[in-house]
Design a protein around this ligand. Structure first.
Ligand SMILES: [Zn+2]
Length: 247
């Protein structure tokens, strides 16, 4: 294999890995944001349930106060009723007492209703508090893992970039410029191996004569279809089985 081709193949493998690392580094904050958002939604639901519970308790206290007011009014009316001067006045007091009693019974119904609503709310709040504590721990752990992963990724990228820079000093500048130009225009893939008579990236069948020239490897060749640097790697078994002297 031509030294330039060998270097380009190594560059491609480094660039593939660097692209995967860059993608992972970009994905990590998105993942953290997603799990934080989920936690935030659960928190908001808990806060809404808590607010409902507070409103429920507030209404109950107010209604209990209202009952007291009505009871005080009834006992006052009963006292006044004793001094009633006529049947009409007596009946009017009785009517008003009846009205207060009705109100008390209406309020008591509403209190029972509120107690019924408070019960599942209290249970939901208690359960959510427990779940949130667990979830918060999980989010913190995942954030830590993401940060660690990111640190490892950055260190690996730095190492790979150093190796890459070393290769760039060895490859023919014109070939490197070509490599970079193709890589940028072809979704990060500048190099393609010819496998079974086809370009492994665009899958076009390679012309016989072109393939022969490619196997001779006297110059850097470009796939006629996808315009990537094409190379042919002889099967390893051939190299292993046939001594160099007879090749
Ligand atoms: Zn091709």
């Amino acid at each position: 294999m031509l030294p330039d081709i060998e270097l380009a193949v190594r560059l491609q493998s480094l660039d593939d890995r660097l692209a995967a690392i860059a993608k992972e580094i970009a994905e990590l904050p998105k993942h953290v944001t997603a799990i934080e958002k989920k936690l935030d939604n659960h928190l908001k639901r808990l806060e809404a349930d808590r607010a409902s519970l507070v409103a429920n308790q507030k209404e109950r206290r107010k209604l209990e106060g209202d009952i007291q007011t009505h009871e005080q009014k009834i006992s006052k009316l009963k006292g006044q009723m004793m001094d009633a001067k006529s049947n009409d006045i007596y009946n009017a007091f009785q009517h008003e007492i009846g009205f207060c009693q009705q109100e008390i019974s209406r309020i008591e119904d509403r209190i029972l209703e509120l107690m019924g609503e408070a019960d599942p709310l209290e249970k939901a709040v208690k359960a959510a508090e427990g779940e949130l504590a667990v979830e918060r721990k999980q989010v913190d752990a995942e954030k830590k893992t993401a940060q660690e992963r990111s640190t490892i990724d950055r260190a690996e990228a730095a190492k790979l970039n150093a190796i890459r820079a070393e290769i760039v000093t060895k490859i023919t500048p014109k070939i490197y410029a070509e490599y970079e130009r193709i890589r940028k225009g072809r979704a990060g893939v500048a190099v393609s191996e010819a496998i079974n008579g086809r370009c492994s990236k665009c899958h076009i069948q390679i012309r016989q004569q072109f393939l022969q020239e490619l196997k001779q490897a006297t110059s850097v060749m470009i796939c006629e279809s996808c315009k990537r640097i094409l190379y042919y790697a002889p099967p390893e078994s051939f190299d292993d089985l046939v001594p160099a002297s007879v090749r």
